[in-house]
Design a protein around this ligand. Structure first.
Ligand code: AMP
Ligand code: ZN
Length: 431
């Protein structure tokens, strides 16, 4: 059941003690980097004796990583670095993350721990449909799966026919996949004459890298006949595997022997009371090449209070609501794309995809929600379609408190992207 029982179930007091010891060491080491060196100098030197000291340290932001490109946060010699990952960097410098051999070994270990926790074992066949390369989704789990000892198929994303061929031929039992791709891939079952329940041997899916609601999880579980586990990560802090659901499927355990998590009010920067929603902040406890202190992830979540029945003592975070910068403000009302997803996907006539569009009409913001409906619903009469439209408008209105215009479209007609789903088009007039 446990990959490393002692660490996973360590008493909370001992875990905190261990974390503080790691923090003392890491704070000593980060001063060697140009970026933290400067910060500590401005503070007139710095050392950590207790949690209060730690909490007085400034946050590190994505912009700091960009400004320090390429080596400003590097602590070790470049000769000790064996891997580089990078985020997309659509504007300005990308963020670049360096790893030593031990960093990769640590990441591999908690990816293996995460997978093992859900019940996968060495006799499983693992198909990794996440992107390999600079994006961390593919490689992190690849190494973890090999450490568990599974037969690992590095299929990467896309080429759906080949994905299903591999699944069938090699009786893949575990998949790692973007939720939006999992929803799209099933449209190939019918043309390829595949019954997922009899032709495939799937039992577990890891879903991650993008926000997805509980409704989507249920839908994927039902379509494929498996159990789906939520997996969270970001490239600045290793990548996937840093927080993962156990068999209870009730929030994601953050591996606290590798990370120290905090949740803050994104506006004031103050810690929020236990159980309240805020922005996740992470400190790497062991990273050698590029330790990061109090990194603002911009991801909104909360700690789930109380112990988990699985016996693990590492705190759990709730499903990610979205990023602080994903929030739309529509005529003064705050809205997250996942709220729209929750409302539309619960309607039985809805298919696999939706798209949010915001426009300016008569100087006001107007929300449009394009929704793919399933084939049966789409071939219905005009009045049946109007009924679905009305039902969706009501569901949305009660979830997001904005009255949208719902546009029903045929399944498969909305644009799709190879990687993470693009859910929002903001066509509002600027200024
Ligand atoms: P990247 O660094 O490109 O891998 O992107 C990381 C970001 O993807 C995170 O900061 C989150 O915003 C998002 N993300 C990753 N995993 C999840 C998840 N399980 N649920 C929701 N969002 C996620
Ligand atoms: Zn648990």
């Amino acid at each position: 059941m446990y990959w490393e029982k002692e660490q996973e179930t360590l008493e909370v007091d001992l875990l905190r003690k261990q974390q503080l010891e790691y923090i003392k060491k890491i704070v000593k080491r980060v001063g060697k980097s140009e970026y933290y060196g400067k910060i500590f100098k401005n503070l007139g030197g710095f050392s950590i004796n207790n949690w209060e000291d730690f909490k007085s340290l400034p946050f590190t932001e994505k912009q700091d990583l960009r400004d320090s490109f390429p080596y400003g946060l590097l602590v070790t010699d470049l000769t000790d670095v064996i891997r580089l990952h990078s985020s997309s960097g659509t504007t300005g410098n990308p963020t670049v993350i360096f790893h030593t051999k031990n960093d990769i070994a640590d990441w591999t270990n908690f990816c293996a721990r995460s997978m093992y926790m859900t019940g996968v074992r060495k006799n499983d066949v693992f198909q990794n449909m996440m992107g390999y390369g600079l994006f961390t989704g593919g490689l992190g789990f690849h190494y973890g799966a090999e450490k568990v000892g599974m037969l690992t198929i590095p299929s990467g994303p896309g080429n759906s026919k080949r994905q299903l061929w591999f699944m069938k031929k090699f009786q893949t039992s575990v998949i790692h996949i973007l939720p939006n791709y999992a929803l799209r891939l099933c449209s190939f079952f019918e043309p390829l004459n595949i019954d997922p329940y009899t032709d495939l041997n799937l039992r577990i899916a890891f879903l991650g890298a993008e926000p997805h609601s509980e409704v989507i999880r249920k839908k994927i579980e039902e379509i494929y006949g498996l159990r789906a586990f939520n997996s969270y990560g970001l490239s600045e802090i290793y990548g996937p595997g840093i927080a993962f659901e156990c068999e209870e499927q009730n929030g994601m355990h953050i591996w606290e022997d590798y990370l120290y998590p905090e949740i803050i009010d994104p506006v004031t920067g103050e810690l929020v009371p236990e159980g309240e929603e805020g922005e996740l902040v992470l400190t790497t406890l062991r990273r050698e090449a590029m330790p990061i202190i109090r990194y603002r992830t911009r991801d909104l979540t909360r700690f789930i209070p109380g112990p988990c029945p699985c016996g693990r003592t590492h705190r759990r975070i709730d499903r990610i609501k979205g990023r602080t910068d994903d929030m739309l403000i529509i005529n003064g009302v705050n809205l997250f794309p996942i709220q729209v997803e929750r409302a539309v996907m619960e309607c039985p006539a809805v298919g696999e995809n939706y798209l949010i569009e915001v426009k300016t009409i008569n100087h006001m913001d107007k929300l449009f929600v394009h929704v793919e409906v399933n084939r049966e619903a789409f071939s219905g009469t005009l009045s049946e379609l109007k009924k679905i439209e009305k039902d969706l408008t009501n569901r949305l209105r009660s979830e997001v408190e904005v009255t949208p215009e719902v546009i029903l479209v045929e399944g498969g007609s909305l644009p799709v992207s190879e990687g993470k789903a693009k859910r929002v088009i903001d066509n509002r007039e600027k200024g």
